[in-house]
Design a protein around this ligand. Structure first.
Ligand code: MG
Ligand code: ZN
Length: 382
């Protein structure tokens, strides 16, 4: 049987080669980009020069968003996804002082530039406070904003303003926010500010510090000097439970607010709940959060394309759930997404970049280098 099959394959291959010889090459169809001029107009290229530096930096973090999550998004969202709009792609290695990171140490690596222990918020492996990107931006006279679909005290956003050894101490982390260099925030977590064990009302502290705090809706306050939205007690609702376009709308409000500063701004936008869909092994939950994040990317890219002075870096802190996009029982026309764990993964994580300085984000590097690349670009402004 084996020999017969081999012979058959040989004869088939030979007939293919013979066939090719007889067929004129004009029958081959090239559906690629016809010429260099067309290629240069393609969305994959961009017009920034090597050595350009941005005035503004937007860092978008999909919590629990690895390459399989992004691939799934591409298969399950109608139309092209905005991740495809980015001309520069790199890969980051996400280990903390453990082989597999949590969101606190990964957030701290990106916000503060050092690998640290899981659960650490803005402190290094020795527990010392680390300068973060929002503090750096403030030293330059710029403004900073944070947006998340979790509590603002959750690990990822917390890494950008707090310094504490345990991500689970939400009330301690909350007390850092009114004292921080944050000028705009939109997220959940109201109860950590106004219903605390120590009876301190941090909403009053915010007002003393010059904030307008809004707890009902994303109402605009164009006159506000500092602006904070705390729109749910603990976490924002899931997309599949009717959150709506909070992430995209808050991003637009943040840019309206922060771009008033002539010295520039830093904005971190987190799709927090992609990770939670992964932990729950709930594909519909995960994909709806990814679609929401991708819609937000579309808005942010539209701003950056118009502004031409804003760097956008889009990445994840780690992948979650061991997502696989395998063929359904051998049917190569059907994908059956499956999860292999309820925890985090050790995968390399893609980094997408557009704007002045974007080329720094190509290649393979450790996740804490994201901080150092942004810092270098902000420190080297002409
Ligand atoms: Mg997070
Ligand atoms: Zn997680």
């Amino acid at each position: 049987m084996k020999i017969t099959l081999t012979k058959l394959i040989f004869i088939f291959a030979l007939s293919l080669i013979t066939g090719c010889k007889n067929e004129p090459s004009t029958k081959l169809v090239d559906r690629g980009i016809p010429n260099l001029a067309e290629a240069l107009k393609d969305k994959q290229t961009h017009s920034f020069e090597k050595g350009d530096t941005p005035k503004n930096v937007i860092l978008v973090i999909g919590d629990g968003t690895g390459i399989n999550q992004i691939s799934a998004l591409q298969y399950y969202k109608d139309g092209a996804i905005h991740y495809e709009d980015f001309p520069i792609i790199g890969l980051s290695k996400t280990s903390s002082t453990s082989l597999i990171t949590d969101s606190a140490s990964a957030g701290t690596a990106m916000a503060c530039g050092e690998k640290t222990f899981n659960k650490a918020i803005g402190v290094n492996a020795q527990g010392q406070d680390l300068l973060n990107l929002t503090e750096l931006m403030s030293q330059k006279g710029g403004s900073s904003g944070l947006i998340a679909t979790s509590s603002i005290t959750h690990a990822t956003p917390a890494s950008f303003y707090a310094h504490h050894s345990d991500r689970n101490d939400h009330e301690i982390i909350a007390s850092f926010l009114p004292e921080s260099r944050i000028d705009f925030f939109a997220a959940a977590g109201l109860k950590y500010f106004n219903d605390r064990n120590d009876q301190v009302n941090l909403i009053d502290t915010f007002v003393q510090k010059g904030f307008i705090i809004e707890t009902r809706s994303l109402k605009a306050y164009p006159e506000a000097k500092k602006l904070g939205y705390l729109l749910a007690d603990k976490d924002m609702p899931k997309m599949i439970e009717g959150r709506g376009p909070f992430l995209e709308d808050a991003s637009k409000l943040a840019i309206d607010h922060l771009s008033k500063n002539e010295q520039g701004f830093f904005l971190m936008v987190e799709g927090s709940q992609v990770d939670w869909g992964g932990h729950d092994n709930d594909f519909d939950y995960m994909i709806s959060e990814l679609i929401d994040l991708d819609n937000t990317l579309g808005s942010l890219m539209a701003y950056a394309r118009k502004d031409q002075n804003t760097l956008i870096v889009v990445t994840g802190d780690h992948a979650t759930g061991g997502l696989a996009l395998s063929a359904d029982n051998g049917d190569y026309n059907t994908i059956k997404p499956s999860f292999s764990s309820t925890g985090h993964n050790a995968d390399w994580i893609p980094v997408f970049a557009y704007g002045p300085g974007a080329e720094l984000f190509s290649g393979v590097y450790e996740n804490n280098m994201i901080f150092h690349k942004i810092k270098a670009l902000l420190s080297d402004q002409k």
